[in-house]
Design a protein around this ligand. Structure first.
Ligand code: MAN
Length: 225
């Protein structure tokens, strides 16, 4: 009897379900599945957005904790990279991040150091505005260490000596010792400090070995900038 009624009324029941008069069957319910899918999608989207926000929060926190130097002078150089061709390589300096040596002949690209700290060195400089007198000047350095290890040698490291200039640019690249590099880079952000760091004492500081680049003699730094 039950079976008879069930079979008899099944088409009517289905019709009523389809037209929404009766609630849909739980097993193959289109409406409910859609609602659940939407809810699940909303949950996934919210989770993704939460993760993204948490990642942003971590990055902003790390950025705030990062040392950008006195008065955060290096902050404008965040994520900035400059490069220079020299010999068979293009050298790259990403401020407060890393230095790289990229082969121009399809060879490997190697890290010449990751940012470790800021430092200070004294260098001799020709003062063109003062009868080419040799003056001893203090320079801020950015020190990069623990780069790719050289064959039978140390991990590569780079000292970037900064001087005042209108543009961010690498002026020279040297390999002072095997896998120990130095660069002279210009940037406007150190102009204020260079204006007050020149002393007139003469002397001779260590001269780096150059890689087929021009001599140590250079234009007078634009300290007035
Ligand atoms: C590569 C370059 C050089 C370095 C040698 C050391 O050729 O990174 O600068 O001196 O490796 O083997």
């Amino acid at each position: 009897m039950y079976n008879f009624l069930e079979t008899r009324f099944q088409p009517i029941k289905e019709l009523l379900e389809k037209s929404g008069i009766l609630p849909p069957k739980l097993t193959d319910s289109v409406e409910e599945t859609q609602a659940v899918t939407e809810a699940r999608n909303a949950l996934t989207a919210a989770q993704n957005s939460l993760e993204e926000n948490q990642k942003n929060l971590r990055e902003h926190r790390a950025d705030l904790e990062k040392d950008y130097g006195p008065s955060s002078i290096f902050r404008p150089l965040k994520d900035k990279c400059i490069s220079k061709d020299s010999g068979e390589y293009t050298y790259e300096h990403c401020f407060l991040d890393k230095t790289r040596q990229n082969s121009k002949k399809g060879g490997a690209s190697v890290t010449m150091g990751r940012f470790e700290r800021m430092g200070r060195v004294e260098v001799d400089e020709v003062d063109a505005g003062n009868n080419n007198e040799i003056v001893r000047v203090g320079r801020t350095t950015l020190e990069y260490s623990n780069g790719q290890v050289c064959w039978n040698g140390p991990p590569r490291s780079t000292r970037v000596v900064l001087e005042c200039g209108e543009e961010d640019e690498i002026v020279r690249v040297m390999e002072d010792e095997r896998c120990v590099y130095s660069m002279v880079a210009r940037t406007p952000v150190v102009c204020e400090e260079s204006a007050s760091s020149t002393s007139s004492t003469s002397g001779s500081g260590p001269k780096p070995v150059e890689e087929g680049e021009e001599s140590e003699k250079k234009d007078s730094p634009k300290d007035e900038l």
